[in-house]
Design a protein around this ligand. Structure first.
Ligand SMILES: [Zn+2]
Length: 194
């Protein structure tokens, strides 16, 4: 009897620890802004201006569409949401895919170690990359520290591809398409190696 009680107690404790652990990962990242295509999460104190610069926001943010939003028109979080909308449209143009409706999530995770921690929490495997997309959660996780336009475009391409095809293409085909988007964005922004 005592043994059963102990097992139940350790099970309950295990569940509580797991729950607290998952809450800690999630609690670090709070809602930052919401655009047409993405709801955006980031840590408090995220370097928004650095992120905007690395995403070439002047190229993508549709400033003509920023009016009528009250005092936060030129708030960096709002500009980021508009920039992400512009990048989504560019990715859709490169792929030649127009989804009738789309809205996903982007979590700007602090760094690669945190990306790896997030990946491990979902898949139970180590992960050496700096970004990933989970279709079941319709969410992109990307390292704020390593952020680049090409890397983000690659993950947005995965989201668009995953929503477009009724029969999902093989992983290899999806990587070729996402790589094509990344190549085009890097070519346009002059970040390809010479
Ligand atoms: Zn990929």
């Amino acid at each position: 009897m005592k043994c059963v009680q102990r097992r139940v107690l350790s099970l309950v404790l295990g569940v509580i620890i797991l729950f607290i652990g998952s809450r800690c990962v999630a609690a670090e990242y709070s809602l930052l802004s919401k655009g047409k295509y993405f709801t955006v999460y980031a840590r408090s104190g995220a370097d928004l201006s650095g992120m905007l610069n690395r995403l070439n926001y002047q190229e993508f943010a549709r400033f003509d569409a920023l009016g009528g939003q009250g005092g936060d028109t030129f708030n960096p979080a709002s500009i980021l949401a508009h920039t992400l909308d512009g990048i989504y449209q560019e990715v859709s143009d490169i792929l030649g895919i127009r989804l009738s409706s789309y809205h996903g999530k982007i979590v700007f995770v602090s760094n690669q170690a945190e990306v790896s921690t997030m990946f491990y929490a979902y898949f139970g495997q180590d992960f050496p990359e700096r970004s990933f997309y989970i279709h079941e959660k319709n969410t992109i996780y990307i390292s704020e520290k390593d952020l680049s336009l090409g890397m983000l475009g690659h993950e947005i391409a995965h989201a668009v591809i995953s929503h477009y095809f009724v029969v999902p293409p093989t992983t290899k085909v999806q990587e070729v398409l996402a790589g094509y988007v990344e190549y085009n964005l890097r070519k346009a922004s002059g970040t390809l190696p010479r």
